[in-house]
Design a protein around this ligand. Structure first.
Ligand code: AMP
Length: 181
């Protein structure tokens, strides 16, 4: 599922170079994929953003939704490059006003994601973005939130998919990953 063609291969190689593996962070046993060096590299950030916009252009999205917090760092530039707006899917208690909430399983306990009720119009087509797809719980919760707002998920994009955790098998739709490791 790496992007097809030489341009996609080259981009995947740059991601491999610029994403840092951090063992035992934030918990023992987790191999954390640190995308900060990639985000700090201007040409690579631009190439990633352009690639994601190009790959989803035909899906005709009207807005980009980013998942807190690293998803925000991608959603903003993707929305700007695509000429559309951005909405935030946040952890519980961060968004003012009326919100939609969905809880999901974390490794230990439960997480809650929220979306402002007024953020998405019914039928609006959303490109959903995050940095890493691991077990898929976070993405599944975000998809459920968008559905409960009556909006339509036009596409799901992540930088990195952790294949062994089989996140995509938990999701009702395809995920475009720049790098599958
Ligand atoms: P999951 O719900 O298990 O798919 O986890 C995905 C969410 O947790 C994303 O928002 C990621 O930012 C974060 N995450 C999970 N595992 C990792 C990892 N190994 N490296 C970096 N971020 C991760």
């Amino acid at each position: 599922v790496n992007p097809a063609g030489p341009a996609g291969d080259e981009l995947a190689e740059r991601l491999m170079r610029l994403v840092r593996d951090v063992p035992d962070f934030p918990l023992p046993g987790v191999l954390f994929k640190d995308i900060m060096p990639l985000l700090a590299d201007g040409p690579t950030l631009a190439a990633v953003v352009d690639h994601i916009v190009g790959a989803h252009r035909a899906a005709d999205f009207h807005v980009v939704a980013g998942i807190e917090a690293r998803g925000f760092l991608l959603a903003g530039p993707i929305a700007y490059a695509a000429g559309c707006g951005v909405v935030a899917i946040r952890k519980a208690g961060k968004l003012p006003g009326r919100v939609l909430s969905t809880s999901y399983q974390l490794e230990y306990g439960e997480g809650v994601l929220e979306l402002q009720r007024a953020a998405l119009a019914p039928g609006q087509r959303v490109l959903l973005v995050d940095d890493v797809l691991a077990t898929g719980g976070t993405m599944a919760a975000a998809l459920a939130l968008i559905a409960s707002a009556g909006a339509v998920v036009a596409g799901v994009a992540v930088l990195i998919e952790l294949i062994d955790l089989a996140g995509r098998e938990r999701l009702p739709m395809d995920v475009a990953a720049l790098l599958s490791v």
